[in-house]
Design a protein around this ligand. Structure first.
Ligand SMILES: [Zn+2]
Length: 85
């Protein structure tokens, strides 16, 4: 049996806002034309990394989560191995 917890973290790309700087954005007509647009492109757009959610959710194994938090998980893992023998 494996227990999991939900890992929740802010998207680094948009800092949790869900909106990010549009790399296609240009400041001049020449830049827009170079990028294939007829006019101004939006300065910001929905963050492509988190798709506008601003956060990431992931299932993480409980022991992995505890280890990430700095608990001495190796002690538990050692006991698990003993029981399997
Ligand atoms: Zn994002």
């Amino acid at each position: 049996m494996t227990y999991c917890v939900i890992k929740y973290e802010l998207c680094e790309e948009c800092d949790g806002k869900g909106i990010a700087y549009n790399p296609l954005h240009g400041d001049t007509w020449e830049e827009w034309k170079e990028r294939g647009f007829d006019g101004p492109t939006p300065r910001e757009h929905i963050c492509p990394k988190c798709r506008g959610a601003g956060v990431w959710y992931a299932n993480v194994e409980l022991l992995t989560a505890l280890e990430d938090l700095g608990l001495p998980v190796s002690l538990f893992k050692g006991r698990e191995n003993e029981q399997e023998d």
